[in-house]
Design a protein around this ligand. Structure first.
Ligand code: SAH
Length: 304
C-alpha cells in the first residue's frame, strides 16, 4: 500500500513563493532529507501564486514549523489535507487523456501514436510544467498553428513554453525554422529539453542560429536576456501566458516581431479580449484571427 500524501497549499506573492522554495531546499539539506516536493503556479485571476507542498506520509511538524519560520510565513493561512490515494489516480489519469487539435495529437508516453499521414504526434507527460494540450489555451494555439501552413516563419519564439508543447508543434510544421522556447521557470525549461529529446526534435544551442534549424530552450523573464537580440527578430511570436503580462509585454513583443510577422496570443479570457487587443493594436498590429474555446481565447495578430 502506498503512503498517504499530505498537501499543504495556499496563495503567496511570487517573491514569497520563491523564498519558500529556497527555504525548503536549504532546510531539507540541514535535516539531511529530500525536500518535500514544492510546486507553484500562476493563477488566472489573481497576481498571487498557488503554492503546494507535498509530504509523503506524516507531516514532520518540526520541519514545517522551521520551514515557515525560515520563509517568514508564520501567519500564512495555509491548508493542509490528506489526499486519498484514489484521487491521485483519477487526477493523473484525467490529465493524461490524448488531445486532438487539428492535425496535432498530443498524448502521454503510455499512449500509442495515432496512425495517419497527416497526423502530427506529440508526446507530453503530465508533470511539472504546464501544457499537455488539455488546457483550452494550449488547444487554441495548436489549432491556430495547424491552420498556418502557408506561412513560412524562419525564426519563431515560444514565450512561456511550459512543457515545450507549442515549440514542438511549430518544429513539426516548420522543420527549417530556428525556434527559441523560453520560460521564466527553470523547471519548465528542463522539462522542455526532456520533451524535445523524447519527441526527437532537433536541438540547438541558444544563440547558435547558424548550426542548422531546431529548437533552443532558455530560462528568461520576458525578454530579459541578451539572447533575444541574437535569436530575433521573429517572424512568429507565440505567447500563451496571461492577460496582464501580455499587455505589459506588448511593446517588447512588437520590437522582436518582424514586419509581415505574426503574433499568437493566448492565456486570456474572452472577457479580457479588449484590454489585450488594444495593447497590440496600439503597436500598429492588426487582428487576423480569433478562436474561442469555452471562456478562453486565442488571438492571432499581424504586424504590417
Ligand atoms: N506554452 C505552454 C505553456 C503555457 S503556461 C502551453 O501553451 O501549454 C504559461 C507559461 O508561461 C508558464 O510555464 C510560465 O512559467 C511562463 N511564464 C509566465 N510569465 C512569464 C514571463 N514573463 N516570461 C516567460 N515565461 C513566463
Amino acid at each position: 500500500m502506498s503512503e498517504t500524501v499530505w498537501r499543504l497549499s495556499g496563495d503567496l506573492s511570487m517573491e514569497k513563493s520563491l523564498k519558500l522554495e529556497a527555504a525548503n531546499e536549504q532546510l531539507a539539506d540541514t535535516y539531511g532529507i529530500f525536500p518535500p516536493t514544492l510546486s507553484y503556479f500562476e493563477q488566472r485571476q489573481t497576481p498571487l501564486w498557488r503554492v503546494e507542498l507535498f509530504f509523503a506520509g506524516e507531516v514532520d511538524q518540526n520541519y514545517l514549523k522551521d520551514l515557515l519560520k525560515a520563509a517568514d510565513l508564520n501567519d500564512w493561512p495555509y491548508e493542509l489535507e490528506a489526499l486519498p490515494d484514489q484521487d491521485w489516480v483519477s487526477e493523473s489519469q484525467k490529465l493524461l487523456h490524448p488531445v486532438e487539435a487539428g492535425r496535432f495529437y498530443v498524448h502521454g508516453s503510455h499512449d500509442e501514436d495515432k496512425a495517419g499521414d497527416d497526423i502530427i504526434n506529440l508526446t507530453v507527460d503530465a508533470g511539472q510544467a504546464f501544457g499537455t494540450g488539455q488546457h483550452e489555451t494550449t488547444w487554441g494555439c495548436l489549432k491556430l498553428l495547424d491552420g498556418m501552413e502557408q506561412f513560412k516563419p524562419a525564426r519563431i519564439l515560444d514565450l512561456g513554453t511550459g512543457s515545450g508543447v507549442l515549440a514542438m508543434g511549430a518544429h513539426r510544421l516548420w522543420k527549417d525554422s530556428n525556434i527559441l522556447a523560453t520560460d521564466i521557470d527553470p523547471i519548465a525549461v528542463e522539462v522542455t529539453r526532456e520533451n524535445l529529446k523524447l519527441n526527437k526534435c532537433d536541438l540547438r544551442r541558444v544563440g547558435d542560429t547558424d548550426a542548422g534549424a531546431g529548437v533552443a530552450a532558455l530560462t528568461a523573464d520576458g525578454f530579459g536576456d541578451s539572447a533575444f537580440r541574437i535569436e530575433g527578430p521573429f517572424e512568429l511570436v507565440i505567447a500563451n501566458i496571461l492577460a496582464g503580462p501580455l499587455v505589459q509585454l506588448a511593446p517588447d513583443i512588437d520590437r522582436f516581431t518582424t514586419h509581415g510577422g505574426k503574433v499568437m496570443l493566448s492565456g486570456l479570457l474572452v472577457t479580457q479580449e479588449k484590454e489585450v487587443s488594444d495593447a497590440y493594436i496600439a503597436q500598429g498590429m492588426k487582428l487576423a484571427e480569433r478562436l474561442e474555446n469555452g471562456e478562453w481565447l486565442a488571438l492571432l495578430f499581424e504586424k504590417p
